[in-house]
Design a protein around this ligand. Structure first.
Ligand code: SF4
Length: 152
């Protein structure tokens, strides 16, 4: 799955110029719908808009009932299940198991930034295209100083 995901990211990056020509805003709805379907079936994706799968052993952290994105709470049961839903394996136990099987598994130690709820429902695939497939926007122009007063 890790190799497939890496290859898929390369395809996304290669498609970025085409996506820019079509327009990211126009693509947002249809691409998000496909992403929701595919990742929903594979990872029970909740479309947080800031995918962390490659850093969480391919276990979606948004399935944690506490939405913890930087490791488990203190309530993991002795059998590795969730304290909120005893029948459910802890998302973070699965994440560490998954990370152990991954070449880039050490990324699980990266600290994830706080979730930005404004991005909920948006496509992470398009975000990858924008962030990794396009040149960064030019820096803003420096502010012009007010013109010197002419000498009297
Ligand atoms: S981390 Fe976010 S985008 Fe990635 S699978 Fe989970 S809910 Fe979906």
């Amino acid at each position: 799955m890790e190799a497939f995901y890496a290859g898929f990211e390369r395809v996304l990056v290669a498609l970025a110029p085409l996506a820019a020509r079509i327009g990211f805003d126009r693509l947002e709805r249809p691409v998000a719908a496909v992403e929701r379907t595919v990742k929903g079936a594979l990872f029970d994706c909740r479309m947080c808009g800031q995918c962390a799968l490659s850093s969480t052993g391919m276990s979606c952290p948004m399935n944690c009932p506490k939405n913890l994105r930087n490791g488990p709470c203190g309530g993991v049961r002795g059998n590795g299940h969730c304290e909120v839903y005893p029948e459910m394996p802890c998302v973070w136990v699965k994440a560490f198991e998954g990370a152990e099987a991954m070449r880039e598994g050490a990324r699980i130690r990266n600290v994830q930034p706080p979730i930005d709820h404004r991005l909920k429902g948006r496509s992470t695939w398009l975000a990858v295209m924008r962030d990794k497939g396009l040149p960064p926007p030019p820096p803003p122009e420096p502010k012009k100083k007010p013109a010197d007063k002419p000498a009297a």
